[in-house]
Each structure stands twice: as structure tokens, then as C-alpha cells.
Design a protein around this ligand. Structure first.
Ligand code: ASP
Ligand code: MG
Length: 402
């Protein structure tokens, strides 16, 4: 007998028929002699629809009330899944976040989990119930409903798995785990059976969004191995866990982020405090800056370029123009047509020459590199967006197919 935590995403619960199929899957695991805790997301596009409704009233609805509103989406899934399970003849107990012992801080719409008090979950399991928990929500110290930020059900599942000391944590979604590249662009992409937390985190930050990064970070910190599987497919999925350096492969995966934009501030004075001024201002407005490059200074002036997500570019541009003016910069320009291609692999640490091979693969298909950034297990290049898919195929061929 094992204690299993399962999480089902919104696409797996998008219709009543899908909910019934999910219920059958859960019941089968239960009848195989396991104890089951299930974390659910809201059905399909429910959360988006709830947000649009509030926005019809006001463009900036109060966050506390937004949390009450958004938490209802997951509750619908809980109730319908419990009804389905009970009509299969098993008993289920549905719990909103506040009954499941999920305690968060008070930052509404982006709350952080502070602790999980699992006694109610454990009691329901003892009573032989299948426990169905609403993902993405918790309770603040003021006894208000909070939500954890978009995609937060992944985090709920990992945190619950840690709190109940689950034997297994399975994240069910609409893809069969992680691939060496996006199979929609690279048909030769291969399924990856297991990957380290760190590689998974780098993949999320380079555009291969399979799971919420915060959930992977939490899993790494508390060492909660988990698998990502397809709900209705037959595949084995991908196991994410702590891995030691592997012999063999240098690069595990190649990813392409087509949602990037680049801002360049030309001719700012090259002296201490200038970069901090720019990036503190962006940080204060919660803008996530990715690749940063400062060119070699000529006559005590430098150009500073950085990339941001395309959704934040207008805001970032405004701030950069204001700071640029203040610093006496010559000009601020923005390129909205860039992409970022990255190679990721734990094995890179003991394989020299990986960067050269990546740049050569890009050169061979006529792709110019505009910026480069590296970590121990990742190399990213900023390129023109029109070159993105061609570059992805070429780099995948170099490292994975040969
Ligand atoms: N329903 C929430 C969202 O759409 C949480 C989740 O799906 O994980 O962001
Ligand atoms: Mg989701």
C-alpha cells in the first residue's frame, strides 16, 4: 500500500466526461490498495473567465475579493470530482484549502504557503476516504481566503506531498512529461524519462513551461521527487528528482522562448551606481529582467541591453526611458522581435566545448547571436525571433540527434 498524491490540471478536468474519466482513474488506484490524496485545478479556462468577469466591473478589482472569486473555480472541480467518485461506489471527502490546513501569508493573489497542518487530511485517509483538495488556495493569518498565483495548484500538490510524506506524487497534465525540445516544433524530440530539479527549473526559465517554477523550487528544497504524466495517455511520464552528474549526455534539452523583447539604453555614463539605478527601478515595478549585457566602455560611456518578457516590455520601456533621461543617456531602443534559445544539461559541467558547438550550430544556419548568458548547467543565446525555430532544430540536431 502506498500513499499517493495526484494533481490534475484544468485541461484534464475541462468537461464532465473528463472528470468522470479522472474519477475512474482515481478509483482504480484506490482499489489497487492505495491511499489517495488528489489536488485539483479549476475546470478548463474557468480561472480566466472569472478574472474577465471581475475586469468587466473594474480594471483593478480588489485582491482580497479576487481571491474569494478565484477560489470558487477549484471548488467546482472538487465537488464534481467527489460526486463522480461517489457514484463509482467509493467514498470521497472534498476539502477547500482552509480545511486542508494550508496556511499562507496575507499577500492576496500571490500568497506564499507558510505551513501545512495535515491532521484533517490524515484523519480522512484513516477513515478510508479518497481526499480531494482544492488547489491554488489557502487561508491567511486573518482567516481570509488566499490564492497562490496562477498555476498555483502545482505548488499545492508538492507541498501536500511533503506534508503527508507521500510515497509518490504524480502531476497529471496534457503532455507526457518533458521532452528534449518542443515536439510541436522538433518532431525528432525525445521523451526524457528522468531529469533533475535544477534542469527542470532551467527549462521553466528558458521557455519550456511544463510546471510552475515555484513548485519545482519547493520540491527541490524539501526533496519531494515527483513525476509529470499525461492524464489520458499511456506514457510513463518524466520523473523529476535529485540526480548526480550523469556520465554520457552533455545536453539534456533544448528550449526556445519566443516571448522575449530587448531594451537597449545607449551611452550611459560608465560609473558605479548606474546599473543599479536602472535595475532597481525595474525591480521595484516587479519586472523580471532576464539576459543583461553591458558593452565595453568607450570614453567612459557604455550601452546596456537587457531582455524582458514581451508582456512586460511597454512597462519596462517606460521606466527605462525615464531613467535614461535622468542619466543623460543618448537613446533608448526596443526590439520586440527576439527569441531566446537555450541548451540545458547537468552533464555540461564536465564537458568542455559545449558553448562552441552551440554557436557553430547557430552559425551554420545563418543565425546571428545578439546576447549570451550562461549558468553552470545552461547556455542561452538571444537571437532574432524569425530565426528561432530553425535555430532550435539545428541545435537539437547537434546535441540530441547525433
Ligand atoms: N486555476 C488556477 C489557474 O488557472 C490555478 C491552477 O490551475 O493551477 O491559474
Ligand atoms: Mg494549471
Amino acid at each position: 500500500m502506498a500513499l499517493i498524491v495526484q494533481k490534475y490540471g484544468g485541461s484534464s478536468l475541462a468537461t464532465i466526461d473528463k472528470i468522470k474519466l479522472v474519477a475512474e482513474k482515481i478509483v482504480a488506484e484506490k482499489r489497487a490498495g492505495n491511499k489517495i490524496v488528489v489536488v485539483v485545478s479549476a475546470m478548463g479556462k474557468t480561472t480566466d473567465n472569472l478574472i474577465s468577469m471581475a475586469m468587466e466591473i473594474t480594471p483593478s478589482p480588489p485582491e482580497k475579493e479576487m481571491d474569494i472569486l478565484l477560489s470558487t473555480g477549484e471548488m467546482v472541480s472538487v465537488a464534481l470530482l467527489c460526486i463522480s467518485i461517489e457514484s463509482c461506489g467509493e467514498s470521497a471527502e472534498g476539502l477547500p484549502g482552509y480545511f486542508a490546513g494550508i496556511k499562507t501569508d496575507s499577500s492576496h493573489t500571490k500568497a506564499r504557503i507558510q505551513m501545512i497542518e495535515p491532521s484533517r487530511i490524515l484523519k480522512e485517509l484513516e477513515n478510508d476516504n479518497i481526499v480531494i483538495i482544492a488547489g491554488f488556495q489557502g487561508l491567511s493569518p486573518e482567516n481570509a481566503i488566499t490564492t497562490l498565483g496562477r498555476g498555483g495548484s502545482d505548488l499545492t500538490a508538492i507541498a501536500i506531498a511533503a506534508a503527508v510524506k507521500a510515497d509518490r506524487c504524480d502531476i497529471y497534465t496534457d503532455v507526457d512529461g518533458v521532452f528534449t525540445a518542443d515536439p510541436n516544433i522538433v518532431p525528432e524530440a525525445k521523451h526524457i524519462p528522468e531529469i533533475s530539479y535544477d534542469e527542470m527549473l532551467e527549462m521553466a526559465s528558458t521557455g519550456a513551461k511544463v510546471m510552475l517554477s515555484r513548485a519545482v523550487e519547493f520540491a527541490k528544497r524539501y526533496n519531494v521527487p515527483f513525476s509529470v504524466k499525461s492524464t489520458f495517455g499511456k506514457g510513463e511520464g518524466t520523473m523529476v528528482k535529485e540526480l548526480s552528474l550523469r556520465e554520457g549526455a552533455d545536453v539534456s534539452a533544448v528550449s526556445l522562448d519566443e516571448k522575449q523583447a530587448k531594451i537597449t539604453i545607449f551611452r550611459v555614463p560608465d560609473r558605479p551606481g548606474v546599473s543599479s539605478k536602472i535595475f532597481m527601478a525595474l525591480g521595484k515595478e516587479n519586472i523580471n529582467v532576464d539576459v543583461i549585457v553591458q558593452n565595453v566602455s568607450k570614453d567612459n560611456f557604455a550601452d546596456i541591453s537587457f531582455t524582458v518578457n514581451i508582456t512586460e516590455v511597454e512597462k519596462a520601456l517606460k521606466i527605462s526611458e525615464a531613467i535614461g533621461k535622468e542619466l543623460g543617456a543618448e537613446n533608448v531602443l526596443c526590439d520586440r522581435d527576439i527569441a531566446k534559445i537555450s541548451i540545458i544539461g547537468l552533464g555540461m559541467m564536465n564537458h568542455p566545448g559545449v558553448a562552441g558547438r552551440m554557436f557553430q550550430a547557430l552559425a551554420k544556419v545563418g543565425t546571428n547571436i545578439e546576447m549570451i548568458s550562461t549558468s553552470e548547467i545552461k547556455i542561452s543565446c538571444v537571437i532574432k525571433r524569425v530565426d528561432g525555430q530553425k535555430a532550435l532544430k539545428a541545435v537539437h540536431k547537434e546535441f540530441i540527434e547525433s
